[in-house]
Design a protein. Sequence first.
Length: 587
Amino acid sequence: MSSEEIAAVEKNGNYWLSASNTAYHIINPNATSLKPIESDGYYSLARGGDTFYVLDASGNSIKLDLNGRTMFDDFTGVVSQAGSTNTYTPTHVEESPFVWYWEDKILGPHPDAAFLVLASRNDVSASWDTSSFHNNNIWGFFFDETGTYQGQSDVIKLAWFPDALQRPGSQYESLFGDDLNNDGLITPGASPTNLLNISGNQHHIDDGHGGESVILKNDNVIIGPNSNAGWSATQVEKNGGHLEVLWKHPTGNKYDVWQVDTSGNFVSSIKTKLWEDELKFNQDLNGDGDTGLVTVEAIGNAHLKHGDNTINGAPQYYIVDGSNDPIGLTNGGQKGPTSYAGWSATQVIASESGGYEVLWSHTGGKHDVWKVDTSGNFESSIKANLWEDELKFGVDINLDGIDSGKKNNIYGSVGNDTFDGGAGDDIINGREGHDTLIGGEGNDWLSGDGGSGYAGNDILFGNAGNDDLRGRDGNDQIDGGTGNDQIDGGTGSDTIITGTGSDTIILRIGDGGNTSSNADIITDFTDGSDNFGLDDGLLFSQLVIVQGSGAYASDTIISKGSEYLAILQGIDATLLSDADFETVDIA
Protein backbone atom coordinates (compact mmCIF):
# COMPACT_ATOMS: atom_id res chain seq x y z
CA MET A 1 0.00 0.00 0.00
CA SER A 2 1.45 3.36 -0.99
CA SER A 3 1.25 6.28 1.40
CA GLU A 4 -1.55 7.75 -0.71
CA GLU A 5 -3.74 4.64 -0.79
CA ILE A 6 -6.42 4.28 1.86
CA ALA A 7 -7.72 0.94 3.16
CA ALA A 8 -10.60 0.28 5.52
CA VAL A 9 -9.68 -0.68 9.12
CA GLU A 10 -13.27 -1.23 10.35
CA LYS A 11 -16.85 -0.48 9.30
CA ASN A 12 -18.73 -1.42 12.48
CA GLY A 13 -20.76 1.64 13.41
CA ASN A 14 -21.98 5.02 12.26
CA TYR A 15 -18.37 6.13 11.84
CA TRP A 16 -15.67 4.11 10.10
CA LEU A 17 -11.89 4.00 10.43
CA SER A 18 -9.54 3.83 7.43
CA ALA A 19 -5.78 4.18 7.16
CA SER A 20 -2.92 4.90 4.80
CA ASN A 21 0.72 4.35 5.75
CA THR A 22 0.91 7.87 7.09
CA ALA A 23 -2.50 8.71 8.56
CA TYR A 24 -5.69 7.39 10.12
CA HIS A 25 -8.90 8.67 8.53
CA ILE A 26 -12.21 8.95 10.43
CA ILE A 27 -15.10 8.66 7.98
CA ASN A 28 -18.80 9.34 8.27
CA PRO A 29 -20.36 7.00 5.68
CA ASN A 30 -23.72 8.75 5.97
CA ALA A 31 -22.39 12.18 5.00
CA THR A 32 -20.99 11.70 1.52
CA SER A 33 -19.78 14.74 -0.40
CA LEU A 34 -20.29 13.17 -3.82
CA LYS A 35 -21.69 15.51 -6.43
CA PRO A 36 -24.32 13.78 -8.58
CA ILE A 37 -23.93 14.08 -12.34
CA GLU A 38 -27.00 12.03 -13.34
CA SER A 39 -29.29 9.66 -11.46
CA ASP A 40 -31.62 8.24 -14.13
CA GLY A 41 -32.02 4.49 -14.65
CA TYR A 42 -30.52 1.63 -12.65
CA TYR A 43 -27.16 3.28 -11.98
CA SER A 44 -26.05 6.82 -11.17
CA LEU A 45 -22.95 8.76 -12.07
CA ALA A 46 -21.32 10.99 -9.45
CA ARG A 47 -18.08 12.76 -8.74
CA GLY A 48 -16.16 12.99 -5.48
CA GLY A 49 -13.15 15.24 -5.44
CA ASP A 50 -11.06 14.16 -8.41
CA THR A 51 -12.74 10.81 -9.06
CA PHE A 52 -15.86 9.62 -10.87
CA TYR A 53 -18.09 6.88 -9.39
CA VAL A 54 -20.87 4.52 -10.48
CA LEU A 55 -23.53 4.00 -7.77
CA ASP A 56 -26.46 1.61 -7.52
CA ALA A 57 -29.81 2.35 -5.87
CA SER A 58 -28.50 1.15 -2.46
CA GLY A 59 -25.55 3.55 -2.42
CA ASN A 60 -22.91 0.94 -3.29
CA SER A 61 -20.26 2.41 -5.55
CA ILE A 62 -17.19 1.70 -7.67
CA LYS A 63 -14.69 4.23 -8.87
CA LEU A 64 -13.87 4.51 -12.57
CA ASP A 65 -10.22 3.77 -13.17
CA LEU A 66 -8.33 4.24 -16.45
CA ASN A 67 -5.42 1.86 -17.03
CA GLY A 68 -4.60 1.79 -13.33
CA ARG A 69 -4.91 5.57 -12.87
CA THR A 70 -7.74 7.42 -11.19
CA MET A 71 -9.25 9.89 -13.65
CA PHE A 72 -8.80 13.45 -12.55
CA ASP A 73 -10.76 16.35 -13.99
CA ASP A 74 -11.74 14.37 -17.08
CA PHE A 75 -10.95 11.10 -18.84
CA THR A 76 -7.43 12.36 -19.40
CA GLY A 77 -5.37 9.92 -21.42
CA VAL A 78 -8.14 8.05 -23.27
CA VAL A 79 -6.65 7.21 -26.66
CA SER A 80 -9.30 7.19 -29.36
CA GLN A 81 -6.90 6.64 -32.23
CA ALA A 82 -3.23 5.98 -32.63
CA GLY A 83 -1.05 8.95 -31.83
CA SER A 84 -3.91 11.13 -30.53
CA THR A 85 -4.72 11.86 -26.90
CA ASN A 86 -8.11 13.43 -26.16
CA THR A 87 -9.95 14.41 -22.98
CA TYR A 88 -13.59 13.66 -22.15
CA THR A 89 -16.20 14.59 -19.57
CA PRO A 90 -18.55 11.74 -18.51
CA THR A 91 -22.28 12.48 -18.57
CA HIS A 92 -24.21 9.17 -18.27
CA VAL A 93 -23.76 5.60 -17.06
CA GLU A 94 -25.76 2.36 -17.37
CA GLU A 95 -25.03 -1.30 -17.85
CA SER A 96 -24.23 -1.91 -21.51
CA PRO A 97 -26.58 -4.06 -23.61
CA PHE A 98 -24.20 -3.89 -26.59
CA VAL A 99 -21.42 -6.02 -28.05
CA TRP A 100 -18.67 -3.72 -29.23
CA TYR A 101 -16.00 -4.03 -31.91
CA TRP A 102 -12.72 -2.48 -32.85
CA GLU A 103 -11.04 -3.00 -36.22
CA ASP A 104 -13.27 -6.00 -37.08
CA LYS A 105 -12.62 -7.69 -33.70
CA ILE A 106 -15.00 -8.22 -30.80
CA LEU A 107 -13.49 -6.54 -27.75
CA GLY A 108 -14.16 -8.18 -24.41
CA PRO A 109 -17.53 -8.94 -22.82
CA HIS A 110 -20.85 -9.57 -24.51
CA PRO A 111 -24.05 -7.71 -23.50
CA ASP A 112 -24.74 -7.11 -19.77
CA ALA A 113 -21.11 -7.59 -18.80
CA ALA A 114 -19.85 -4.01 -18.55
CA PHE A 115 -20.76 -0.46 -17.66
CA LEU A 116 -21.18 1.91 -20.58
CA VAL A 117 -20.16 5.49 -19.78
CA LEU A 118 -21.13 8.22 -22.24
CA ALA A 119 -18.88 11.24 -22.45
CA SER A 120 -18.32 14.34 -24.54
CA ARG A 121 -14.96 15.43 -25.88
CA ASN A 122 -13.50 18.60 -24.42
CA ASP A 123 -10.91 19.39 -27.08
CA VAL A 124 -13.40 20.05 -29.88
CA SER A 125 -15.58 22.97 -30.90
CA ALA A 126 -19.13 23.40 -29.59
CA SER A 127 -20.46 22.71 -33.09
CA TRP A 128 -19.75 19.01 -32.57
CA ASP A 129 -22.64 18.85 -30.07
CA THR A 130 -25.16 19.48 -32.85
CA SER A 131 -23.34 17.77 -35.70
CA SER A 132 -24.59 14.34 -36.78
CA PHE A 133 -21.31 13.94 -38.67
CA HIS A 134 -19.52 14.13 -35.34
CA ASN A 135 -22.21 11.92 -33.70
CA ASN A 136 -23.39 14.89 -31.62
CA ASN A 137 -20.14 14.58 -29.64
CA ILE A 138 -21.34 11.33 -28.05
CA TRP A 139 -18.68 8.78 -27.12
CA GLY A 140 -19.02 5.45 -25.34
CA PHE A 141 -16.46 3.86 -22.99
CA PHE A 142 -16.60 0.50 -21.24
CA PHE A 143 -15.70 -0.43 -17.63
CA ASP A 144 -16.13 -3.79 -15.88
CA GLU A 145 -17.93 -4.32 -12.53
CA THR A 146 -14.75 -3.33 -10.65
CA GLY A 147 -14.60 0.01 -12.48
CA THR A 148 -11.55 -0.92 -14.59
CA TYR A 149 -11.41 0.58 -18.08
CA GLN A 150 -12.03 -2.06 -20.78
CA GLY A 151 -12.54 -0.48 -24.16
CA GLN A 152 -12.41 2.65 -26.27
CA SER A 153 -15.12 4.33 -28.34
CA ASP A 154 -18.21 2.14 -28.80
CA VAL A 155 -18.45 1.18 -32.47
CA ILE A 156 -20.80 -0.87 -34.64
CA LYS A 157 -19.80 -3.18 -37.52
CA LEU A 158 -22.18 -3.13 -40.49
CA ALA A 159 -22.24 -5.95 -43.03
CA TRP A 160 -22.36 -3.52 -45.96
CA PHE A 161 -19.46 -1.41 -44.69
CA PRO A 162 -15.95 -2.90 -44.52
CA ASP A 163 -14.84 -0.85 -41.50
CA ALA A 164 -16.33 -0.38 -38.06
CA LEU A 165 -18.34 2.79 -37.51
CA GLN A 166 -18.97 4.73 -34.34
CA ARG A 167 -22.35 3.75 -32.88
CA PRO A 168 -24.97 6.43 -33.63
CA GLY A 169 -25.85 8.42 -30.55
CA SER A 170 -29.54 7.77 -31.13
CA GLN A 171 -28.99 4.10 -30.22
CA TYR A 172 -28.10 5.19 -26.67
CA GLU A 173 -31.25 7.25 -26.15
CA SER A 174 -33.53 4.44 -24.90
CA LEU A 175 -30.82 3.15 -22.54
CA PHE A 176 -30.25 6.53 -20.91
CA GLY A 177 -33.75 7.96 -21.34
CA ASP A 178 -32.35 11.11 -22.91
CA ASP A 179 -32.73 12.91 -26.27
CA LEU A 180 -29.02 12.83 -27.02
CA ASN A 181 -29.13 14.13 -30.61
CA ASN A 182 -31.60 16.90 -29.79
CA ASP A 183 -34.18 15.87 -32.41
CA GLY A 184 -37.07 15.94 -29.92
CA LEU A 185 -37.39 12.13 -29.90
CA ILE A 186 -36.07 9.24 -27.82
CA THR A 187 -35.31 6.40 -30.20
CA PRO A 188 -36.34 2.92 -28.94
CA GLY A 189 -33.43 0.57 -28.41
CA ALA A 190 -31.69 -2.04 -26.26
CA SER A 191 -31.86 -2.25 -22.45
CA PRO A 192 -29.83 -4.18 -19.83
CA THR A 193 -31.13 -7.67 -19.00
CA ASN A 194 -28.78 -8.87 -16.25
CA LEU A 195 -27.84 -6.10 -13.84
CA LEU A 196 -24.25 -6.07 -12.62
CA ASN A 197 -23.87 -6.57 -8.87
CA ILE A 198 -21.68 -4.05 -7.05
CA SER A 199 -23.21 -4.64 -3.60
CA GLY A 200 -20.83 -4.46 -0.67
CA ASN A 201 -18.76 -1.69 -2.25
CA GLN A 202 -18.61 1.91 -1.10
CA HIS A 203 -15.44 3.09 -2.75
CA HIS A 204 -16.45 6.72 -2.57
CA ILE A 205 -16.20 6.31 1.23
CA ASP A 206 -13.08 4.13 1.31
CA ASP A 207 -11.31 6.67 -0.86
CA GLY A 208 -11.91 9.39 1.70
CA HIS A 209 -14.75 11.20 -0.04
CA GLY A 210 -17.02 11.25 3.03
CA GLY A 211 -18.44 14.66 3.91
CA GLU A 212 -16.94 14.39 7.40
CA SER A 213 -13.74 12.54 6.54
CA VAL A 214 -11.03 13.85 8.90
CA ILE A 215 -7.44 12.87 9.65
CA LEU A 216 -6.48 11.87 13.20
CA LYS A 217 -4.04 14.32 14.80
CA ASN A 218 -2.33 14.91 18.16
CA ASP A 219 -1.08 18.42 18.79
CA ASN A 220 -1.45 19.09 15.05
CA VAL A 221 0.79 16.12 14.21
CA ILE A 222 -0.83 13.57 11.87
CA ILE A 223 -1.23 10.17 13.54
CA GLY A 224 -0.85 7.01 11.46
CA PRO A 225 -0.25 3.27 11.92
CA ASN A 226 3.44 3.81 12.68
CA SER A 227 3.07 6.73 15.08
CA ASN A 228 2.63 5.10 18.50
CA ALA A 229 5.25 2.35 18.98
CA GLY A 230 3.15 -0.66 18.09
CA TRP A 231 -0.22 0.69 19.17
CA SER A 232 -2.95 0.48 16.52
CA ALA A 233 -6.18 2.42 16.18
CA THR A 234 -8.84 -0.24 15.59
CA GLN A 235 -12.24 1.42 15.86
CA VAL A 236 -14.01 4.76 16.09
CA GLU A 237 -17.45 5.69 17.44
CA LYS A 238 -19.32 8.96 17.81
CA ASN A 239 -20.38 9.78 21.37
CA GLY A 240 -22.41 12.96 21.75
CA GLY A 241 -20.46 15.87 20.34
CA HIS A 242 -17.12 14.09 20.08
CA LEU A 243 -15.48 10.99 18.62
CA GLU A 244 -13.83 8.15 20.53
CA VAL A 245 -11.00 6.08 19.05
CA LEU A 246 -10.07 2.64 20.40
CA TRP A 247 -6.35 1.82 20.50
CA LYS A 248 -4.95 -1.67 21.09
CA HIS A 249 -1.47 -2.80 22.10
CA PRO A 250 0.05 -5.79 20.24
CA THR A 251 0.49 -7.67 23.54
CA GLY A 252 -3.31 -7.80 23.88
CA ASN A 253 -3.27 -6.84 27.56
CA LYS A 254 -3.51 -3.08 27.16
CA TYR A 255 -5.88 -0.72 25.40
CA ASP A 256 -6.68 2.98 25.42
CA VAL A 257 -9.54 5.20 24.29
CA TRP A 258 -8.93 8.64 22.85
CA GLN A 259 -11.45 11.43 22.84
CA VAL A 260 -11.04 13.50 19.68
CA ASP A 261 -13.00 16.46 18.42
CA THR A 262 -14.96 16.47 15.18
CA SER A 263 -11.87 17.78 13.35
CA GLY A 264 -9.88 14.70 14.40
CA ASN A 265 -7.77 16.44 17.07
CA PHE A 266 -6.81 14.50 20.23
CA VAL A 267 -8.46 15.93 23.37
CA SER A 268 -7.75 13.40 26.14
CA SER A 269 -7.59 9.75 27.12
CA ILE A 270 -10.91 8.45 28.46
CA LYS A 271 -10.71 6.23 31.54
CA THR A 272 -13.83 4.12 32.06
CA LYS A 273 -14.56 0.57 33.16
CA LEU A 274 -13.68 -2.26 30.80
CA TRP A 275 -17.27 -3.47 30.46
CA GLU A 276 -18.37 0.06 29.51
CA ASP A 277 -15.76 0.21 26.74
CA GLU A 278 -16.78 -3.28 25.57
CA LEU A 279 -20.39 -2.12 25.26
CA LYS A 280 -19.34 1.11 23.56
CA PHE A 281 -17.27 -0.61 20.88
CA ASN A 282 -19.16 -3.95 20.94
CA GLN A 283 -15.92 -5.87 21.43
CA ASP A 284 -14.61 -8.50 23.86
CA LEU A 285 -11.54 -6.51 24.83
CA ASN A 286 -10.07 -8.93 27.40
CA GLY A 287 -10.85 -12.13 25.48
CA ASP A 288 -12.98 -13.76 28.19
CA GLY A 289 -15.82 -14.55 25.80
CA ASP A 290 -18.15 -11.87 27.19
CA THR A 291 -18.94 -8.37 25.96
CA GLY A 292 -20.10 -5.88 28.58
CA LEU A 293 -22.08 -7.00 31.61
CA VAL A 294 -23.02 -10.66 32.11
CA THR A 295 -26.56 -11.39 33.32
CA VAL A 296 -26.85 -13.26 36.63
CA GLU A 297 -30.66 -13.11 36.69
CA ALA A 298 -33.37 -11.17 34.86
CA ILE A 299 -36.40 -11.58 37.13
CA GLY A 300 -38.58 -8.51 37.68
CA ASN A 301 -37.62 -4.91 36.97
CA ALA A 302 -34.29 -4.92 38.83
CA HIS A 303 -31.70 -7.35 37.44
CA LEU A 304 -28.34 -8.54 38.75
CA LYS A 305 -25.29 -8.59 36.46
CA HIS A 306 -21.51 -8.66 36.78
CA GLY A 307 -18.64 -7.36 34.70
CA ASP A 308 -14.88 -6.77 34.73
CA ASN A 309 -13.82 -3.22 35.54
CA THR A 310 -10.29 -3.56 34.10
CA ILE A 311 -8.66 -5.62 31.36
CA ASN A 312 -7.01 -7.70 34.10
CA GLY A 313 -10.26 -8.46 35.94
CA ALA A 314 -11.59 -6.61 39.02
CA PRO A 315 -15.10 -8.10 38.63
CA GLN A 316 -18.03 -6.37 40.31
CA TYR A 317 -21.76 -7.02 40.68
CA TYR A 318 -24.12 -4.45 39.18
CA ILE A 319 -27.80 -3.73 39.76
CA VAL A 320 -29.60 -2.80 36.54
CA ASP A 321 -32.98 -1.22 37.25
CA GLY A 322 -34.91 -0.53 34.06
CA SER A 323 -33.19 2.02 31.85
CA ASN A 324 -31.18 3.54 34.71
CA ASP A 325 -27.38 3.38 34.73
CA PRO A 326 -25.95 0.20 36.31
CA ILE A 327 -25.27 0.49 40.05
CA GLY A 328 -22.08 -1.12 41.37
CA LEU A 329 -22.37 -3.25 44.53
CA THR A 330 -20.03 -2.14 47.32
CA ASN A 331 -19.27 -3.03 50.94
CA GLY A 332 -16.07 -1.31 51.97
CA GLY A 333 -14.98 -1.71 48.35
CA GLN A 334 -16.21 -3.23 45.11
CA LYS A 335 -17.91 -6.61 45.53
CA GLY A 336 -18.09 -9.23 42.80
CA PRO A 337 -18.06 -12.98 42.13
CA THR A 338 -14.57 -13.42 43.61
CA SER A 339 -15.02 -11.28 46.74
CA TYR A 340 -16.10 -14.00 49.22
CA ALA A 341 -15.05 -17.64 49.01
CA GLY A 342 -18.05 -19.81 48.18
CA TRP A 343 -20.50 -16.91 48.13
CA SER A 344 -22.32 -15.59 45.06
CA ALA A 345 -24.91 -12.84 44.69
CA THR A 346 -27.82 -14.52 42.92
CA GLN A 347 -30.75 -12.09 42.84
CA VAL A 348 -31.83 -8.52 43.55
CA ILE A 349 -35.20 -6.92 44.21
CA ALA A 350 -36.33 -3.39 44.95
CA SER A 351 -36.80 -2.93 48.70
CA GLU A 352 -40.09 -1.64 50.09
CA SER A 353 -38.08 0.72 52.31
CA GLY A 354 -36.08 2.11 49.39
CA GLY A 355 -32.88 0.88 47.80
CA TYR A 356 -32.48 -2.80 47.04
CA GLU A 357 -32.19 -6.22 48.67
CA VAL A 358 -29.56 -8.63 47.34
CA LEU A 359 -29.71 -12.39 47.91
CA TRP A 360 -26.38 -14.12 48.50
CA SER A 361 -26.06 -17.92 48.32
CA HIS A 362 -23.24 -20.13 49.61
CA THR A 363 -22.10 -23.43 48.16
CA GLY A 364 -22.63 -24.94 51.61
CA GLY A 365 -26.36 -24.14 51.60
CA LYS A 366 -26.27 -20.91 53.62
CA HIS A 367 -27.81 -17.67 52.44
CA ASP A 368 -27.77 -14.00 53.37
CA VAL A 369 -29.72 -10.92 52.32
CA TRP A 370 -28.07 -7.53 52.00
CA LYS A 371 -29.93 -4.25 52.24
CA VAL A 372 -28.18 -1.71 50.00
CA ASP A 373 -28.98 1.91 49.24
CA THR A 374 -29.82 3.37 45.84
CA SER A 375 -26.09 3.68 45.07
CA GLY A 376 -25.44 0.00 45.80
CA ASN A 377 -23.70 0.60 49.15
CA PHE A 378 -24.20 -2.07 51.84
CA GLU A 379 -26.36 -0.94 54.77
CA SER A 380 -27.19 -4.10 56.75
CA SER A 381 -27.93 -7.82 56.65
CA ILE A 382 -31.64 -8.65 56.81
CA LYS A 383 -32.54 -11.57 59.10
CA ALA A 384 -35.81 -13.35 58.30
CA ASN A 385 -37.29 -16.84 58.12
CA LEU A 386 -36.22 -18.97 55.18
CA TRP A 387 -39.75 -19.17 53.82
CA GLU A 388 -40.05 -15.38 54.00
CA ASP A 389 -36.88 -14.95 51.92
CA GLU A 390 -38.10 -17.60 49.47
CA LEU A 391 -41.39 -15.76 49.21
CA LYS A 392 -39.64 -12.41 48.80
CA PHE A 393 -37.26 -13.50 46.05
CA GLY A 394 -39.47 -16.19 44.50
CA VAL A 395 -36.71 -18.82 44.55
CA ASP A 396 -36.14 -22.18 46.22
CA ILE A 397 -33.23 -21.16 48.43
CA ASN A 398 -32.79 -24.49 50.26
CA LEU A 399 -33.52 -26.58 47.15
CA ASP A 400 -36.39 -28.52 48.74
CA GLY A 401 -38.55 -28.16 45.65
CA ILE A 402 -40.79 -25.50 47.21
CA ASP A 403 -40.57 -21.79 46.43
CA SER A 404 -42.96 -18.95 45.78
CA GLY A 405 -42.18 -19.01 42.08
CA LYS A 406 -43.37 -22.61 41.90
CA LYS A 407 -45.34 -23.84 44.95
CA ASN A 408 -45.14 -22.47 48.50
CA ASN A 409 -46.30 -24.54 51.46
CA ILE A 410 -47.01 -21.86 54.04
CA TYR A 411 -48.57 -22.66 57.42
CA GLY A 412 -49.48 -20.01 59.94
CA SER A 413 -49.71 -20.55 63.68
CA VAL A 414 -51.15 -18.63 66.61
CA GLY A 415 -51.81 -15.01 65.76
CA ASN A 416 -53.10 -12.86 62.97
CA ASP A 417 -50.92 -13.63 59.96
CA THR A 418 -50.56 -12.09 56.53
CA PHE A 419 -49.20 -14.34 53.78
CA ASP A 420 -48.71 -13.50 50.10
CA GLY A 421 -47.90 -16.42 47.84
CA GLY A 422 -46.78 -14.22 44.98
CA ALA A 423 -46.37 -15.80 41.57
CA GLY A 424 -46.73 -19.57 41.27
CA ASP A 425 -49.09 -22.26 42.55
CA ASP A 426 -49.27 -21.87 46.34
CA ILE A 427 -50.64 -23.78 49.34
CA ILE A 428 -51.31 -21.41 52.25
CA ASN A 429 -52.95 -22.33 55.59
CA GLY A 430 -53.70 -19.51 57.98
CA ARG A 431 -54.57 -21.79 60.94
CA GLU A 432 -55.39 -20.02 64.20
CA GLY A 433 -56.10 -16.30 64.22
CA HIS A 434 -57.67 -13.77 61.92
CA ASP A 435 -55.45 -14.15 58.87
CA THR A 436 -55.07 -12.45 55.52
CA LEU A 437 -54.09 -14.87 52.78
CA ILE A 438 -53.16 -13.71 49.29
CA GLY A 439 -52.61 -16.28 46.59
CA GLY A 440 -51.10 -13.95 44.01
CA GLU A 441 -50.65 -15.18 40.46
CA GLY A 442 -51.00 -18.90 39.82
CA ASN A 443 -53.47 -21.61 40.76
CA ASP A 444 -53.53 -21.39 44.56
CA TRP A 445 -55.06 -23.31 47.47
CA LEU A 446 -55.94 -21.01 50.38
CA SER A 447 -57.46 -22.16 53.66
CA GLY A 448 -58.28 -19.75 56.45
CA ASP A 449 -58.12 -22.23 59.33
CA GLY A 450 -56.23 -25.26 58.08
CA GLY A 451 -59.14 -27.65 58.66
CA SER A 452 -58.06 -28.25 62.23
CA GLY A 453 -60.72 -26.44 64.24
CA TYR A 454 -58.82 -23.17 64.35
CA ALA A 455 -61.59 -20.58 64.06
CA GLY A 456 -60.82 -17.14 62.73
CA ASN A 457 -62.36 -14.38 60.69
CA ASP A 458 -60.05 -14.58 57.71
CA ILE A 459 -59.54 -12.61 54.52
CA LEU A 460 -58.66 -14.58 51.38
CA PHE A 461 -57.61 -13.06 48.05
CA GLY A 462 -57.28 -15.43 45.12
CA ASN A 463 -55.99 -12.83 42.66
CA ALA A 464 -55.04 -14.24 39.23
CA GLY A 465 -55.35 -17.95 38.49
CA ASN A 466 -57.83 -20.75 39.07
CA ASP A 467 -57.83 -20.88 42.87
CA ASP A 468 -59.28 -23.13 45.59
CA LEU A 469 -60.38 -20.77 48.39
CA ARG A 470 -61.64 -22.15 51.72
CA GLY A 471 -62.70 -19.91 54.57
CA ARG A 472 -63.64 -22.75 56.95
CA ASP A 473 -64.66 -21.63 60.47
CA GLY A 474 -65.41 -18.00 61.20
CA ASN A 475 -66.94 -15.09 59.37
CA ASP A 476 -64.61 -14.81 56.41
CA GLN A 477 -64.21 -12.44 53.49
CA ILE A 478 -63.26 -14.22 50.26
CA ASP A 479 -62.39 -12.53 46.96
CA GLY A 480 -61.81 -14.85 44.02
CA GLY A 481 -60.16 -12.26 41.79
CA THR A 482 -59.64 -13.28 38.17
CA GLY A 483 -59.81 -16.88 36.98
CA ASN A 484 -62.19 -19.79 37.44
CA ASP A 485 -62.21 -20.30 41.21
CA GLN A 486 -63.76 -22.74 43.65
CA ILE A 487 -64.96 -20.79 46.70
CA ASP A 488 -65.95 -22.57 49.91
CA GLY A 489 -66.92 -20.25 52.75
CA GLY A 490 -67.35 -23.08 55.26
CA THR A 491 -69.19 -22.36 58.49
CA GLY A 492 -69.94 -18.84 59.61
CA SER A 493 -71.44 -15.82 57.93
CA ASP A 494 -69.08 -15.30 55.00
CA THR A 495 -68.94 -12.57 52.37
CA ILE A 496 -67.99 -13.89 48.95
CA ILE A 497 -66.88 -11.84 45.94
CA THR A 498 -66.54 -14.19 42.99
CA GLY A 499 -64.64 -11.74 40.77
CA THR A 500 -64.27 -12.41 37.05
CA GLY A 501 -64.31 -15.86 35.51
CA SER A 502 -66.60 -18.87 35.89
CA ASP A 503 -66.62 -19.57 39.63
CA THR A 504 -68.16 -22.36 41.71
CA ILE A 505 -69.59 -21.52 45.17
CA ILE A 506 -69.85 -24.48 47.54
CA LEU A 507 -73.07 -25.08 49.51
CA ARG A 508 -73.50 -27.80 52.15
CA ILE A 509 -75.81 -28.61 55.06
CA GLY A 510 -74.50 -27.21 58.32
CA ASP A 511 -72.61 -24.24 56.87
CA GLY A 512 -75.62 -21.89 57.25
CA GLY A 513 -77.92 -21.04 60.16
CA ASN A 514 -81.49 -20.53 61.33
CA THR A 515 -81.59 -16.82 60.43
CA SER A 516 -80.76 -14.92 57.28
CA SER A 517 -77.84 -13.29 59.08
CA ASN A 518 -76.18 -16.73 59.27
CA ALA A 519 -76.19 -17.17 55.47
CA ASP A 520 -73.24 -16.46 53.18
CA ILE A 521 -73.54 -13.23 51.17
CA ILE A 522 -72.58 -13.52 47.49
CA THR A 523 -72.11 -9.98 46.22
CA ASP A 524 -71.62 -10.45 42.47
CA PHE A 525 -73.09 -13.77 41.34
CA THR A 526 -73.29 -13.84 37.52
CA ASP A 527 -76.02 -16.10 36.15
CA GLY A 528 -74.79 -18.18 33.24
CA SER A 529 -71.17 -17.82 34.31
CA ASP A 530 -71.01 -18.68 38.03
CA ASN A 531 -72.70 -21.72 39.55
CA PHE A 532 -73.12 -23.64 42.83
CA GLY A 533 -71.49 -26.89 43.89
CA LEU A 534 -73.65 -29.06 46.19
CA ASP A 535 -71.45 -31.00 48.64
CA ASP A 536 -72.02 -33.67 51.32
CA GLY A 537 -75.10 -35.14 49.61
CA LEU A 538 -77.06 -31.90 49.30
CA LEU A 539 -79.54 -32.15 46.38
CA PHE A 540 -81.08 -29.46 44.19
CA SER A 541 -84.54 -30.89 44.97
CA GLN A 542 -83.99 -30.12 48.68
CA LEU A 543 -83.39 -26.42 48.06
CA VAL A 544 -85.88 -23.61 48.44
CA ILE A 545 -85.09 -20.65 46.16
CA VAL A 546 -87.23 -17.55 46.75
CA GLN A 547 -87.15 -13.81 46.28
CA GLY A 548 -86.35 -12.05 49.53
CA SER A 549 -88.43 -9.41 51.24
CA GLY A 550 -87.80 -6.26 53.23
CA ALA A 551 -84.06 -5.53 53.27
CA TYR A 552 -83.56 -8.50 50.95
CA ALA A 553 -86.29 -7.63 48.43
CA SER A 554 -83.76 -7.33 45.58
CA ASP A 555 -81.97 -10.54 46.53
CA THR A 556 -82.44 -14.28 46.08
CA ILE A 557 -82.40 -16.47 49.20
CA ILE A 558 -81.35 -20.14 49.05
CA SER A 559 -82.24 -22.39 51.99
CA LYS A 560 -82.82 -26.01 52.96
CA GLY A 561 -85.62 -26.42 55.41
CA SER A 562 -85.01 -23.88 58.17
CA GLU A 563 -81.32 -23.41 57.35
CA TYR A 564 -80.40 -20.29 55.41
CA LEU A 565 -77.45 -21.15 53.12
CA ALA A 566 -76.85 -18.19 50.79
CA ILE A 567 -78.11 -14.75 49.82
CA LEU A 568 -77.42 -13.61 46.24
CA GLN A 569 -77.40 -9.81 46.15
CA GLY A 570 -79.17 -8.15 43.22
CA ILE A 571 -80.30 -11.44 41.63
CA ASP A 572 -83.93 -12.25 40.64
CA ALA A 573 -84.93 -15.71 41.91
CA THR A 574 -86.59 -16.59 38.62
CA LEU A 575 -83.17 -16.60 36.91
CA LEU A 576 -81.99 -19.67 38.83
CA SER A 577 -82.69 -23.23 37.69
CA ASP A 578 -81.17 -26.65 38.13
CA ALA A 579 -78.68 -25.70 35.39
CA ASP A 580 -76.99 -23.41 37.92
CA PHE A 581 -76.23 -26.29 40.33
CA GLU A 582 -74.00 -29.33 40.20
CA THR A 583 -73.04 -32.10 42.60
CA VAL A 584 -69.45 -31.96 43.88
CA ASP A 585 -67.30 -33.90 46.30
CA ILE A 586 -64.95 -31.64 48.23
CA ALA A 587 -62.07 -33.50 49.84
